[in-house]
Design a protein around this ligand. Structure first.
Ligand code: B12
Ligand code: SF4
Ligand code: SF4
Length: 242
């Protein structure tokens, strides 16, 4: 690491990272202090357990359907069935590579993790997204952004020793307070057994019901971010699990 870098230089680096990410359809970039995150995280899910040299995690995400349209321009045509390669994951690795290269070129170390299904690490991208200021956790089990609602996705976390300025989480945003919770009423899978989303019934519904294999009615009915909903192709792509 270059210890001689000034605060102004690292601020410039963060601005450059944000600009590069936005140019690739990755509009959400937040910086999480690893030590503070790890104090709140349960054992087995801490950043320092993945890479002890981490100072911050640069969490990268997409908002609304823009990233998917970039992906389809880069990879047109029929997509392979789930379980037979994942061109979106490959596209994400390519999209994040220039950001990693920028950190390395500035003299910093980095290690990058992805939220891909079956990825070999125990970091929660929901918790990372909340800590990075993308939004707040909801009864729906998703991080909700004040404008984009639940129509955001985590794409990568670059763990690095670069001393980047940390982003504030949206502590005062509480999306579900005073909401009549249409997300719970419309769920055909009984995925809210105790008034909050639970993984097991949701997964069972995705195995048993076509509507949950091709979308998520609860997400569609969230009162936030309606105008940023994904189109049917993108919705079905994320909803189907191998
Ligand atoms: C496996 C998986 C599923 C499984 C459920 C497994 C489960 N137990 O949750 C199934 C197939 C059911 C599923 C469904 C969906 N999923 Co999913 N899923 C994942 C995946 C790949 C792993 C989840 C996981 O098990 N993580 C590991 C555990 C440790 O993380 P966690 O459960 O979030 O951790 C909790 C606690 O352990 C603890 N914790 C852990 N670490 C820390 C750290 C701190 C500091 C704190 C305080 C707490 C804490 O708090 C966390 C939050 O409650 C993630 C991507 C990822 N890698 O995170 C996407 C992810 C969570 N899914 C996502 C989505 C969008 C969906 C669907 C809507 C997809 C769809 N179209 O149908 C549905 C419906 C979900 C819903 N209504 O909530 C998004 C959420 C985006 C968002 N806006 O929040 C993610 C982040 C993927 C992404 N790339 O963005 N999913
Ligand atoms: S995928 Fe189906 S079961 Fe799971 S939360 Fe959405 S609507 Fe409910
Ligand atoms: S519909 Fe209301 S209760 Fe459900 S996740 Fe959205 S804000 Fe929260």
């Amino acid at each position: 690491m270059q210890s001689s870098q000034t605060a102004g230089e690292t601020a410039g680096l963060l601005t450059a990272l944000r600009r590069e990410a936005a140019g690739r359809g990755l509009d959400l970039v937040g910086v999480v202090d690893a030590a503070a995150y790890d104090r709140a995280a349960p054992s087995g899910h801490r950043i320092g357990e993945v890479w002890p040299g981490t100072g911050v995690a640069v969490v990268i995400g997409s908002a609304g359907p823009l990233y998917w349209s970039r992906f389809r321009v880069a990879r047109p045509g029929t997509l392979p069935p789930k379980g037979q390669g994942d061109p979106l994951d490959d596209f994400t690795i390519e999209s994040v590579a220039p950001l990693r290269a920028m950190l390395r070129a500035a003299g910093y170390a980095e290690q990058t993790l992805y939220p891909f299904f079956g990825a070999d690490h125990a970091l929660s991208f929901r918790a990372l997204g909340s800590a990075a200021g993308f939004g707040a956790m909801s009864v729906l089990g998703l991080v909700i952004h004040p404008a984009f609602g639940p129509w955001i996705a985590a794409r990568a976390a670059i763990l690095t020793d670069a001393p980047l300025e940390v982003t504030r989480p949206l502590d005062s945003f509480d999306p579900c307070r005073d909401c009549p919770a249409p997300c719970i009423a419309v769920c055909p899978g009984g995925a809210f057994p105790e008034g909050r989303w639970a993984a097991e019934p949701c997964l069972a519904a995705k195995r048993a019901q076509e509507v949950c294999r091709s979308s998520c009615l609860s997400r569609i009915h969230c009162v936030y971010g309606e105008e940023y909903q994904y189109g049917p192709e993108e919705m079905a792509y994320y909803s189907t699990y191998p």
